[in-house]
Design a protein around this ligand. Sequence first.
Ligand code: ATP
Ligand code: MG
Length: 760
Amino acid sequence: MQNLLHNLNPEQLAAVTLPAQNALILAGAGSGKTRVLTTRIAWLIQTQQVSPAGILAVTFTNKAAKEMLARLSAMLPINTRGMWIGTFHGLCNRLLRAHYRDAGLPQTFQILDSADQLSAIKRLLKSLNVDDEKYPPRNLMYFINNAKEEGLRAHEVEAYDDFNRRFVELYQAYDDQCQREGVVDFAELLLRCYELLSRNQPLREHYQGRFRHILVDEFQDTNNLQYKWLKLLAGDHNAVFAVGDDDQSIYAFRGANVGNMSAFEREFRVQNLIKLEQNYRSHGHILDSANTLIANNRNRLGKNLRTDAGHGEQVRVYEATSDLQEAQWIIEESKSLISEGWSRSEIAILYRSNAQSRVIEHALFTAGIPYRVYGGQRFFERAEIKHAIAYLQLMDNPHNDSAFLRVVNFPARGIGARSLEQLQDAARQHGLSLYAAVPHVAGKAGTSLGAFVKLVEAMRFETQNLPLQEMVKVMLEMSGLIPHYQTEKEGADRIENLEQLVSAAMLFVSEEGFGIDTPAFLGPKTQAVAGAPLLVSEDGTEVLDADAPLPAVMSPLSAFLSHASLEAGDNQAQAGQDALQLMTVHSAKGLEFEAVFITGLEEGLFPHENSAKEEGGLEEERRLMYVAITRARKRLYLSFSQTRMLHGQTRYNMKSRFFDELPEESLKWLSPKVQQHNWFGSPRKSAWDDAPESGANTIAQSFARKDLGWRIGESVSHQRFGEGVIVNIEGSGANCRAQINFGKHGMKLLDLNVAKLERV
Ligand code: ATP
Ligand code: MG
């Protein structure tokens, strides 16, 4: 323990060892906030006789929670498994599982991710014959989630016009549908948990008596409901230790309220406000860039950051001609970093929007460099995985109508739209789930639906005593999914993914310890829990305590399904591999890497065009850029491209205004403003400062002849840019693009399938 403490600077030490009172640690990126929070947990357990069971810590992602647990295990000789460290959603899920009856949920309630939620809403609108042009499903979803995040049920929302009133009715109908099907969306997890604790006094007092120490990382991104939830759990006596950075508040669009920081200071009567000003992460030029940039924002709470690490290298800036070429440049740079001995997992490629990753992924794939994407299309969101999960959901809770509809006719079993309409009518008429309504359907439809029910029952029966991964295997065969994809021409990838699901189940079981040992500290009660009342559920049967290990409150299958919905999107099968890290800037929050690429720094992309429409939008983009820059320890690359293909359109971009907000002396420009080409497609190498040779031209040469009839060297005219000469052609067919020199308009990259060009 002594060692842990003497690795801290005086301010950090003061924060770690504060008395058990509410405290706010306000500090910039890389100043050790997360380290302080983790060390404080260790300190409380080690020297203050606080039981691990008396601590609740909230992190922003599952990944961060895992890291925190790993660090704690390294610091303390205790078993951290089962500690209450997780995201708001994860912790609420856990409380609801333990007290599902009091929360009014079925034991096997299932979690809807945002895609599931949207399709549930579409299904609702359809069943009520609502015009989805007038009431767009997506808008309704935002409406519902916003209301829930403010803690409001449908009857509490004030409707000020007819349109609004209709939304409120639909909100209520949506909640009824979810309740019938035993499913909860993300916002519901929190709201339901909040309501549970606020209405159920014994339960609330139990947990208030238990969690004497509540610690929250990334406090600046809490929303109003999360804030209220914390306040409820803290009661009058518990100590809340919040760490945050107002300059890194980047979730306003999802309801985060940076005002919670000052509200916290006031309402929790914070006496200990500590600022940390020493940055331990980044070299000088990187930190200077971050500081200079963020100084352009107004209304900051005000703090400084300094480093002892020296200037280090300048920030490298690169201008690409196209997104393809930007990707090639990233590949070449990464290759040379790797050959210099940098570890792949210490190199991150960040982008503002998910759509940018495709081109980069393609280039990495072609170059054979292992990479890992966070966010983006999550493993659990792929179609074949969704199908498999739906079967598992039905085995766990057959009344989940979304799951039912997803697979009732997949693989095809001759159950058509007509049969389903009949079934839906019967379900409505009798107030039943689709599954339960099957016996009410007569005729041929009834027979084939009945066969499906039998199949699900058989799957449940066959797997009831099997370990989770065996369960998944049996399901894959019995459901017909594997045989189905075997007959599909491009099914091999999908089968591979389905096999990864078996591995994911295996990994999950070993990590969560289902059926293995009981965590050591979950045995005898320690002082933090001593005075807490015993918990008896409303029907008097259940004596549950939050100390109960998870298997007691959740079957491995239920737990795995929750995990599939809540997981931050890592493809587990790739875990552990030394791979380049790809992610959006949002998901890079809290992380750090030796080298970072921030790509696509163009007006409209970063800052994002939507930000111009919203008040404070630009400042939020700037904070996002601040987060991105401060992820880097030693080397930072910034890149932008003259043209970019996004959402099927070629965009001609100006470089981001953020370049003008960075200190010139910290930047090193790697490329001349316009790439020089000779007319036949090979780059003149001397034109490049120290940038590597562009790979785009190698591709171009191999495809130059499949060019939709255009030839290099040909003169063309374009409505907007006038006359020009084709200097290069890349790709072919649907991906065919030409680089054209338009004289005073400069070099442009045009999509030959879209651009209106004429021969001259
Ligand atoms: P962010 O705002 O990005 O979440 P943070 O304030 O949480 O950053 P940490 O991630 O805790 O910062 O710390 C940044 C880096 O600095 C980590 O690698 C951490 O181990 C290191 N660090 C923190 N404090 C010290 C210290 N006193 N001595 C040496 N290294 C430190
Ligand atoms: Mg942190």
